[in-house]
Design a protein around this ligand. Structure first.
Ligand SMILES: Cc1ncc(COP(=O)(O)O)c(C=O)c1O
Length: 358
């Protein structure tokens, strides 16, 4: 495998890719229901939850939509400090919700006191927070924000996007009081794209029952009726669920704590490497992602030229995202990537720099 240090879709282990090639079967058969049930149960460990995990045939953005359609009758407070949190705000607005923002500049974290200030002025049905802003490499303090929300506005549902961190960083859904928490398959879970795993608390399910116009495809109440019978309202992406079933075994075999430690060791190493060069990390100390490192481009640095140099070695990293394209580069260290892979990347990077007089 030639590692791609990009924040998804990431490399998938050949055994997991091969699991997708298992034959089809009727999705409403005992055989498939057993696989679906198993995958849902094992997934709970990733979220540290006693509640339920929906396996959606959708990418992560589908769960952003599910959160606002099911849990917000009217009002949504969006924490926005990057491209994906901005998207969630757009998802809420385009679904007809009344939205407000708590904004921090890109590259900074949304802080609990900022949320407190907003909640002292108004109450909201839900709050949306992106745990790991993939566009900036900032990890928002979700635990502390959730605490403030529960204290000042206990009826507000805490909804968290952990698309680029769940499975790579520890997130304790129940202990932190998160009501809806989701990820996509193509990032830290190291699966092909196409699934979103979305865990939902009991009180969020009760809220959903009271919300009108939840739509059909992402209606959690409808999904729950099927899930309790190990099934889905519509045809699921079965091949991906075969792969998920195997990949969850691989992840649990590594051990979640070991997996989190591996991701944070790679984050530390990337951060130290960049800082030693005198380069600036976009995210401030204390709010740095464990699954990707975002570095401000040194003058004259061009990530596409670097990738051309890396291509024969089978290595690739990511340009900045959105308004940070051409201004930053991103080293994603998630999924199957090991510290030794990262060392190879950094060595290649170190070889490249003198060729450009850097
Ligand atoms: C933090 C975050 N949220 C949401 C998304 C959107 O996820 P998807 O592309 O799976 O819909 C991404 C994608 O990169 C992301 O990084």
């Amino acid at each position: 495998m030639s590692p791609m240090f990009v924040p998804g879709p990431v490399d998938v282990d050949p055994s997991v890719l091969a699991a997708q090639a298992q034959p089809m079967m009727p999705h409403r058969s005992k055989e498939f229901e057993a696989i679906f049930q198993r995958a849902g149960e094992k997934s709970k460990q990733l979220f540290d939850t006693q509640y339920r995990v929906f396996i959606l045939t959708a990418s992560g953005t589908g769960s952003q939509e599910a959160a606002v359609r099911n849990l917000a009758a009217e009002t949504v407070l969006c924490c926005v400090n990057g491209s994906f949190s901005q998207r969630w705000h757009e998802v809420a607005t385009t679904n007809g919700k009344q939205t407000d923002k708590v904004e921090a500049p890109w590259g900074e974290a949304v802080l609990p006191e900022m949320v407190a200030e907003a909640l002292k002025k108004e109450k909201y049905d839900i709050i949306t927070i992106v745990h790991n802003e993939t566009s900036t490499g900032v990890q928002n303090p979700v635990k502390e924000i959730a605490k403030v929300v529960h204290h000042l506005s206990p009826e507000t549902m805490v909804c968290v996007d952990a698309v680029s961190s769940l499975g790579g960083a520890k997130i304790e859904m129940d202990a932190w009081g998160i009501d809806l928490l989701f990820t996509s398959s193509q990032k830290c879970l190291a699966l092909p794209p196409g699934l979103s795993l979305c865990a939902v608390s009991d009180r969020a399910m009760q809220r959903a029952e009271t919300v009108q116009n939840r739509g059909w495809y992402f209606d959690l109440v409808r999904m729950e009726k099927h899930r309790t019978k190990d099934s889905t309202p519509a045809t699921p992406a079965m091949s991906l669920i075969y792969a998920l079933d195997l990949q969850l075994d691989r992840i649990l075999e590594e051990g979640l704590e070991n997996r989190f430690a591996r991701h944070s060791a790679m984050a530390r190493r990337s951060q130290e490497w960049a800082v030693k060069k005198g380069w600036k990390l976009l995210a401030p100390q204390g709010y740095r992602s464990q699954t990707l490192t975002v570095v401000e481009n040194p003058p004259t640095f061009d990530v596409s030229l670097l990738n051309k140099f890396m291509a024969p070695k089978g290595i690739r990293l990511a340009n900045g995202y959105g308004q940070l394209k051409g201004k930053t580069f991103r080293i994603a260290h998630m999924g199957e990537i090991q510290l030794s892979d990262l060392e190879n990347l950094l060595t290649a990077f170190d070889e490249y720099l003198p060729t450009k007089g850097l």
